[in-house]
Design a protein around this ligand. Structure first.
Ligand SMILES: [Zn+2]
Length: 134
């Protein structure tokens, strides 16, 4: 379900998300693994199964599944990866695990702080476009 605030013609206005507290909060919860993803909800005994209810019903809906595996979001995932690579060609060689580490904001030598801020905008765009949380 697409959030009503975000219409199709606004998809590319990525700066819209820069000060969006709602999306910031969702992303923060994902990073701290207390989000509405089923693996997180299951961990806190809020639901009875951690499995994905989208396309991959035999998989747990973890951060990794949501960002890297779930077939429902392939199109948006490809756009996310292309957007990230557009910032720096060397990012083409990043593995999925390295991307997840970046998404989770783990300290590493791969990404400059200024680049992180741009990547976060793309991640928040992914969160909006997948419609999983809003
Ligand atoms: Zn899935």
């Amino acid at each position: 379900m697409m959030h009503k605030k975000y219409q199709i013609h606004e998809y590319k206005k990525i700066n819209l998300f820069h000060y969006d507290t709602e999306i910031d909060n969702i992303y923060m919860k994902i990073r701290f693994q207390c989000s509405n993803l089923n693996a997180d909800q299951f961990k806190f005994n809020f639901i009875s199964t951690p499995k994905c209810k989208q396309y991959n019903k035999n998989r747990q809906e973890t951060i990794h599944h949501y960002f890297m595996d779930c077939n429902k979001y392939t199109q948006h995932r490809n756009a996310l990866k292309q957007n990230i690579i557009s910032l720096d060609n060397t990012f083409q060689t990043l593995s999925n695990n390295q991307l997840i580490a970046i998404i989770q904001g783990q300290k590493n030598n791969l990404v400059e702080n200024s680049t992180y801020k741009k990547i976060y905008q793309f991640i928040k765009l992914y969160i909006v476009l997948t419609g999983r949380f809003v």
